[in-house]
Design a protein. Structure first.
Length: 323
């Protein structure tokens, strides 16, 4: 344990000199203040472990100085022991405690008892400081763990190939958005998007090129919907689900058109065995204000039905299902 830093506060030099003799061994570092105001300055600017202060100081007595120490959160933990020439009484002792002193000693006091009390107070403060440091460390670790958990949660919710939400993240966010739309009575649109004849593309070019195509289409979809507060997720192998808040039928049509145009501009050459020259997508969409009669599952089913219709109508198009 470090040496105990004791602040002696008295406006009488003789009393200060007599106190300094008590702390002459190597276990203490002595600081001196000659007034209550000086005491406060020392405490705010230096590290002090214990204050040993004359109760009857002239400018700002020991009681009021103790009260000021206790009212300042930066130094309120520092124990104050008052020294007094007054006659010992219950009322005087209670007054000292009321003003924030840890203890009061009446002259003539026993030096060994005074030193013992100072050592006990120091152990208390030292233990408190250790606990506070441990709390700081634990708090920092908890904050780091919280951030780590957030990052892990984020990583666990992202499809590593396309860098959009995976099915897990999509299901969670869609459920949240559905509840908000239901509560606020606002539109929620789902667009189920599927790559046309993608099996033929993969079979001919191989899965590595197929993966590049999936990434390119996911990127183009994100770009096309960046102004629409959209959530894009990989729903299955070559299926994507786009969730858009506050989008009615007219707005959803515009968004679907924009996605188709963006993907067609990629001009990804399809396999020679496919009737289409370029890789395209079909979209099935539904736009509705959720009610107690609907559910997330029903909306997805409607979007799936619309996607099936888009496929049957010739692909590379969208169909919006009316509810």
């Amino acid at each position: 344990m470090d040496k105990i830093r004791v602040l002696l506060v008295d406006d009488n030099k003789k009393r200060i000199d007599s106190l300094k003799v008590i702390f002459s061994n190597d276990g203490y570092i002595i600081h001196i203040a000659n007034s209550g105001k000086h005491c406060l300055e020392k405490l705010l600017n230096e590290r002090i472990d214990t204050v040993l202060m004359e109760a009857n100081l002239k400018d700002l007595n020991g009681f009021n100085t103790s009260k000021l120490i206790r009212s300042n959160p930066k130094i309120s933990h520092i124990p104050v022991i008052l020294l007094s020439d007054e006659k010992e009484s219950k009322e005087y002792i209670l007054q000292a405690y009321d003003y924030g002193a840890f203890e009061i000693e009446f002259r003539p006091f026993t030096e060994e008892v005074l030193l013992h009390k100072i050592n006990i107070f120091h152990e208390m403060i030292y233990t408190r400081r250790e606990l506070e440091e441990q709390v700081k460390v634990l708090t920092k670790l908890n904050e780091q763990n919280f951030e780590m958990r957030k990052q892990i949660e984020k990583i666990a919710s992202i499809d590593y190939l396309t860098e959009v939400a995976n099915r897990r993240g999509l299901d969670r966010e869609l459920s949240n958005e559905y509840i908000l739309a239901l509560q606020d009575k606002k539109y929620l649109s789902l667009l189920m998007m599927d790559l046309d004849n993608f099996k033929k593309y993969n079979d001919y070019f191989g899965h590595q090129r197929g993966d590049r195509a999936l990434r390119a289409i996911a990127k183009a979809t994100k770009k096309a919907t960046k102004d629409n507060d959209a959530l894009i997720g990989r729903y299955g192998g070559e299926e994507f689900l786009i969730v858009i808040k506050n989008s009615d039928n007219a707005s959803t049509k515009k968004i679907a058109n924009k996605i188709l145009e963006s993907i067609n501009k990629l001009a990804i050459k399809h396999s020679p065995v496919c009737e289409n020259e370029y890789l395209t997508v079909s979209i099935g969409a539904v736009s509705a204000i959720p009610s107690r009669n609907t559910s997330v599952g029903k909306l997805i089913s409607f979007a799936d039905e619309a996607l099936y219709e888009a496929k049957n109508q010739g692909k590379n198009r969208y169909v919006i299902k009316k509810i």
